[in-house]
Design a protein around this ligand. Structure first.
Ligand SMILES: Nc1nc2c(ncn2[C@@H]2O[C@H](COP(=O)(O)OP(=O)(O)OP(=O)(O)O)[C@@H](O)[C@H]2O)c(=O)[nH]1
Ligand SMILES: [Zn+2]
Length: 366
């Protein structure tokens, strides 16, 4: 191991480990450490600069010229590990995972389809899906968030907050258990700190959690309560970037007193997908199972004869709203998969055009 290539020896590795550093990144860093760069984690991103941390200090850095021209998806996001020398980022280490969603580009337009990928955060151990038990509570939206998280291959944890607003909030837990099979569900209240200790294991040293949820769900309040007394640090960190107060548009990685890290996210208005993994199947296993009993293998469960899924809706075994949500997300995934297939074909075509041109040029020269 080339620990010597880092300015400080073992102690700096210990600090990095507390920030989530592991063998995966170590292996990738070794090939990039030659130019005197050392590893650091992206703890905040603003328009033109990145806030880096190595467990000992934080500083601002910018991208080396050649990295600026790389595709958007390669731009460092909060949670990324990078190689940096002073205030220059020379490389981004291959991510272990990312939470990403589809962004339409045309914000506000009603039926805008996702046009590009928006990477929300990288290198995560879990995703808290935060849902307030007030107007925010919406089982169908929870299913969408679950699909989003599963599509990215990440571990969802459902946090039902504002439990203090109800006499018997466990009723919600029962309902959510049915739609989120096998997913950990935590009932908490930031108003009286109820249930918060159960979240501590997710935030043990070296672990990174990000939060998703709509605006007003109670995410920031939760961060503050989990952080405890040193709440104002979030504000202080943002000042460092020169942005003034903590804004809802920023995405900061906060090192918690418990040792783990929490990435707060601005509320998501529209949950659009980008990854087309098996998220829908994971969220709706009972529908997938019922579908095996449909007469037609390609049954769309809309009006086909012999549809076992529709039978289940008729008999009250399956909620119609849940089926509708399933069908809607399936359609979105199919659309996305087609689009991504098409653009992959286009890229391939362009590549062959290039090759053909090069061959032509070679022949001419001869
Ligand atoms: N009663 C009660 N109110 C809460 C609780 N948690 C948050 N709230 C209130 O809910 C509102 C929204 O909370 P925030 O933490 O700002 O919500 P957010 O998810 O961070 O919202 P964005 O930053 O816009 O994404 C605030 O008025 C909080 O005081 C809770 O546990 N109980
Ligand atoms: Zn069917």
């Amino acid at each position: 191991m080339k620990i010597e290539s880092y300015p400080d020896t073992s102690s700096s590795i210990e600090h990095l480990t507390r920030m989530g550093w592991n063998a995966h990144f170590q292996a990738r860093a070794e090939s990039l450490a030659g130019d005197g760069a050392s590893p650091a984690r992206v703890v905040g991103v603003s328009k033109n600069s990145f806030r880096l941390g190595d467990g000992q200090s934080e500083w601002l850095a910018s991208l080396a010229g050649r990295l600026k021209h790389e595709a958007d998806g390669a731009r460092p996001v909060t949670g990324d590990w990078v190689m940096a020398r002073d205030s220059l980022i020379s490389g981004v280490l291959e991510r272990q995972n990312v939470l990403s969603r589809g962004a339409s580009g045309a914000r506000g337009s009603q039926n805008a389809r996702p046009r590009h990928e928006q990477v929300i955060a990288a290198n995560l151990d879990a995703v808290f899906i935060v849902c307030g038990l007030d107007r925010d509570y919406n089982p169908r939206r929870l299913e969408r968030y679950l699909t989003l998280v599963y599509n990215c291959g990440l571990n969802p944890v459902i946090v039902l907050t504002k439990a203090d607003l109800h006499d018997d909030p466990t009723l919600f837990v029962g309902e959510v258990e049915e739609l989120a099979l096998g997913v950990p569900i935590h009932l908490v209240s930031a108003a009286d700190d109820d249930g918060l200790v159960a979240l501590a294991p997710y935030l043990s040293p070296g672990r990174t959690v990000t939060m998703v949820g709509s605006s007003g769900a109670g995410k920031s309040t939760l961060v503050n309560r989990l952080f405890g007394r040193a709440v104002q640090l979030t504000g202080a960190i943002s000042n460092h970037v020169g942005k003034g107060k903590h804004t809802t548009t920023s995405r900061d990685l906060i090192v918690m007193p418990q040792g783990g890290m929490l990435i707060d996210n601005p509320g998501i208005r529209e949950i659009a997908f980008w990854e087309v993994d098996s998220g829908v199947e994971s969220v709706f296993p009972e529908i997938e199972k019922l579908a095996l009993g449909c007469r037609f293998a390609d049954c769309s469960h809309i009006n086909e004869p012999g549809c076992r899924v529709l039978e289940a809706v008729a008999s009250g075994e399956l909620a119609e709203g849940r089926l509708e949500n399933y069908r809607k997300m399936k359609r979105e995934m199919e659309y996305l998969a087609q689009r991504q297939h098409k653009s992959a074909e286009r890229v391939e075509k362009e590549r062959w055009k290039d090759v053909a041109l090069q061959v032509k040029a070679l022949k001419k020269r001869r």
